[in-house]
Design a protein around this ligand. Structure first.
Ligand code: SF4
Length: 589
């Protein structure tokens, strides 16, 4: 049998076309076109939009050849405006250095088409931001969420988590703080970050005031304040509309986005349209001034498999397409947020529908989780969905940690989430045939074939864990490991078969087996913990949370399961205020 390989002309992800693999089964690269790096479309998938950001130029702009002309006296601010005028900015040059398969001109052209963003607040650039890009012509990016909640963590802990997330490969970080000193935490994170920082500004819009009091002035002044602090992108839930709200009644889990649920409550209370939607052009004007990019929020994303791809979710996505066009007309960079919890078979459709409705604006997805019954392991359930999402068109993956649905991630949860998502992003980049994406894998395969443990660890994404696990069973750096043992080590036997070249590369060979050096303190700690919290640590964390919600008898008195709605509302208001005052005073101490 000589099966025909389904090759569609994608690049080989290995620079040397190493090994016996025929390369990627993805589609031919189309940088400069709507598909960039993409999976072949399964029959029935939506076609890419025929429009780009070029079709939504601001009033007074005129297309001239490859670029555009702005009205006389216009001063460009955003990366999109520079790109439209044909300018290659220092940020674009830096992005091209970090994405060696792209030239600075290609980066500019992708930004001009709206298929790529460089989230870089001009003030954060001055503070040391290292510019990166989000778009399907570049490598897949990973975002890590963090932030203090009313019951846990504080500014120092969050800055520590930021550095930890950067260490473990987060390309951007979102500060989702809802407790503690929000302002100080945000500023500390932006000042310390080399990666772009995103926020969901509605959180700080409602701290210290009733949700009902949210109005245009509060929205714009909060956005301006955070833009001045240097935040690089804002999640704005402007796509949730009054007409969508009846559609969520049949859902199993209603609205699971914090921003989406808050705005839905505001709309029902006032009987008016979403204020983020009605003030959208004013919001654009503030964001343009600092080049804060949009992350158009998916307030109606599904919170369970049963609610995926429903009318509410897709109705909102359609509005996000309209808002993308409006933001482009205002000169703003845009990415679009996506689901959530999606059965594996529906992921390709979701990614390709966004490509159509939002004209190729980068898609930034949370997961998606492909099953709901593994709480505690949702970094795994979601990174499976995230790999499919990136292969089918998502440009950035928002990580999920093992604490998802259960509590605020701690330091090690951040690491587990980052690694799960680096795996998803990297696997998709290889599958898509992005040039050079597989080079490190091939190098590690060579080291593994040569049984060169030092090089093997060095090339590992997490060398400490790799060495610790190896040395846990056998701390001798020899021609086999403890998994199969000497006599059954197929790699050692392969090395002995003279016909095979594998594992014999001169620079990977060792003259003789070496004893492994002793484990470093970090590596010893990895073995000691092996991902297990002691019962004492668990009780310490639980009692801290119980104390914060004043639920010493086992239940928080504000829970609406225990009291009627009116009482719950009153107690919640009092309790939240108390918590805020407490956090403010403890931060001042
Ligand atoms: S002993 Fe088994 S697992 Fe270990 S290197 Fe050899 S073949 Fe690989």
């Amino acid at each position: 049998m000589n099966p025909l390989l389904p090759l569609h002309g994608a690049n080989n992800p290995s620079s040397l076309a190493a090994g016996t693999n025929p390369g990627s089964f993805a589609s031919r690269a189309d940088v400069g076109g709507p598909r960039a790096y993409s999976s072949p479309d399964t029959p029935g998938m939506p076609e890419p939009s025929t429009k780009t950001a070029w079709d939504f130029l601001p009033a007074g702009w005129v297309r001239r050849g490859a670029f555009a002309e702005a009205p006389a006296g216009f001063v460009p601010v955003t990366q999109l405006e520079h790109a439209r005028l044909g300018v290659v900015t220092p940020a674009m040059r830096r992005v091209a250095e970090r994405e060696p398969h792209l030239s600075a001109e290609q980066v500019r052209d992708e930004v001009a088409a709206g298929r790529m963003i460089i989230p870089a607040n001009r003030l954060h650039l001055e503070k040391g931001l290292d510019p990166m890009c989000i778009g399907r012509a570049g490598r897949t990016k990973v975002n890590a969420n963090m932030g203090a909640s009313p019951v846990s963590s504080g500014t120092d802990e969050e800055v520590d988590k930021l550095h930890f997330a950067e260490r473990w490969g987060a390309d951007t970080v979102m500060d989702l703080s809802t407790g503690g000193d929000l302002d100080a935490t945000r500023l500390a994170i932006v000042d310390a970050a080399k990666v772009p920082i995103g926020t969901v500004p509605i959180y700080s819009m409602i701290i210290g005031r009733k949700l009902e009091e949210l109005d245009r002035e509060v929205i714009l002044s909060t956005l301006r304040h955070q833009a001045e602090q240097g935040v690089d992108y804002f999640t704005i839930h402007a796509g949730v509309m009054l007409r969508h709200l009846p559609l969520i009644k049949q859902r199993l889990i209603g609205i699971v986005s914090r921003g989406g649920s808050l705005l839905a409550k505001w709309m029902i209370t006032h009987g008016e349209e979403n204020p983020m939607y009605t003030a959208f052009e004013d919001i654009c004007a503030v964001m343009r001034e600092y080049d804060v990019s949009f992350s158009l929020g998916d307030g109606l994303r599904p919170g369970g498999l049963a609610d995926a791809s429903d009318a509410a979710q897709l109705g909102e996505l359609q509005v996000l397409g309209e808002l993308t066009e409006r933001a482009w007309r205002m000169g703003c960079q845009v990415m679009v947020e996506g689901p959530g919890h999606v059965p594996f078979d529906q992921i390709e459709y979701n990614m390709k529908l966004e490509r159509t409705l939002c004209h190729g604006a980068p898609f930034y997805v949370l997961g998606p989780l492909v099953t709901d019954i593994f709480p505690g392991y949702d970094h795994i359930t979601s990174c499976i969905g995230a790999t499919a999402a990136a292969y089918h068109g998502a440009s950035m993956l928002c990580y999920v940690t093992p604490k998802e649905h259960l509590g605020l991630p701690k330091r090690d949860d951040v690491k587990q989430g980052c690694i799960a998502y680096k795996i998803a992003a990297h696997a998709a980049d290889i599958a898509l045939g992005i040039p050079g994406a597989r080079d490190r894998d091939d190098e590690l395969t060579r080291a593994r074939a040569a049984l060169n443990w030092e090089r093997h660890f060095e090339l590992s994404f997490d060398p400490d864990t790799a060495r610790a696990y190896h040395d846990e069973d056998l701390d001798v750096d020899t021609d086999f490991c403890a998994m199969c043992g000497h006599d059954w080590c197929s790699v050692r036997i392969s090395k002995e078969i003279v016909e095979f070249d594998s594992g014999k590369t001169a620079d990977l060979q060792k003259a003789r087996a070496l004893k492994s050096p002793a484990l470093s303190p970090e590596q010893r700690e990895i073995l000691e913990k092996r991902g297990v919290l002691s019962p004492e640590e668990i009780h310490k964390l639980a009692s801290k949370t119980r104390k914060a919600v004043e639920a010493s008898d086992g239940k928080a008195s504000c829970h609406s399961d225990y009291v009627d709605d009116g009482v719950a509302e009153r107690i919640q208001a009092e309790r939240l205020v108390q918590l805020r005052q407490k956090n403010a005073s403890s931060a001042a101490e």
